[in-house]
Design a protein around this ligand. Structure first.
Ligand code: BTN
Length: 247
């Protein structure tokens, strides 16, 4: 484990957000912050956990949430809100942009080099939506389970320095607030264009199972529209994973 002690997140951020982060609940331990956000009826309420014992990722995967090293949080919103996961990835990227450059990879992960350091999980239950973000912050490689060490990273590894998680949370919430406001103002097309610009997937050849084709577009739910010899096929992240993409 990392030799650096961790700070428990308790301070009240000094930001004055319009929506996201109007109320912030800090939890020492919870199953999944997405569950807390889905139960909540207050738009913009944020639930942050020191650690989660049943953190989840896409496709029913477990999300490893080490105590004190990352930011594991969810925002409660009225849903659906098309484009929210794309907007969230851009917001995370922007929040750290003055310190390190992150790449967005389809379906909607943030990477530094070959290492994934942030995942986003949007879940909907009835009229409520949880926008869940898991960001590895102060991990060193030894802090990850051995099976993850070859492909998982953190901001500390990317930028070669430790991060103040409270300061980072403040900038994240401000950028996420901006992102949600842009969606409310109807800027989905611009957000999708910015996401595509950051992701560099249009025009790439995708091979997955029997499907082979060229990525023509991305829809507002983040699914790829792939031109194949049989016409346009829609590929969602719920399908089997892409086995490789190349130009
Ligand atoms: C993925 O890449 O598969 C998405 C990972 C999302 C993890 C975050 S951590 C906060 C929130 N609570 C969860 O249980 N999951 C999300």
């Amino acid at each position: 484990m990392s030799s650096l002690s961790h700070t428990v997140l308790t301070a009240t951020p000094s930001i004055e957000p319009r929506l996201v982060g109007r109320r912030i609940t800090y939890l020492e331990l919870t199953d999944s912050t997405n569950n807390r956000a889905l139960e909540c009826l207050e738009d913009g309420a944020v639930f942050v956990a020191e650690t989660q014992y049943a953190g989840r990722g896409r496709l029913g995967r477990k999300w490893y949430s080490a105590p004190g090293l990352g930011l594991w949080f969810s925002i409660s919103l009225a849903g659906p809100l098309p484009g929210v996961s794309l907007a969230a990835a851009l917001a995370v990227r922007e929040a750290v942009a003055d310190q390190t450059t992150l790449d967005i990879k389809w379906p909607n992960d943030l990477y530094h080099g070959k290492r994934k350091l942030c995942g986003i999980l949007v879940e909907q239950r009835g009229q409520r939506m949880a926008l869940g973000i898991g960001l590895n912050v102060n991990h060193q490689l030894a802090d990850f389970p051995p099976a993850l060490r070859h492909r998982t990273g953190s901001l500390a590894i990317a930028a070669n320095r430790q991060w103040d998680r409270m300061v980072l949370l403040e900038s994240l919430l401000l950028c996420l607030d901006d992102a949600v406001m842009r969606l409310y103002r109807g800027e989905i097309d611009r957000i999708r264009a910015e996401w595509l610009n950051a992701c560099d997937i249009i025009g790439r050849k995708i091979r997955r199972g029997s499907i082979c084709g060229v990525v023509a577009d991305l829809d507002n739910d983040g699914a790829l529209l792939v031109r194949t010899k049989d016409g346009i096929r829609r590929i969602t992240c719920g399908d089997v994973a892409v086995v490789g993409y190349y130009r």
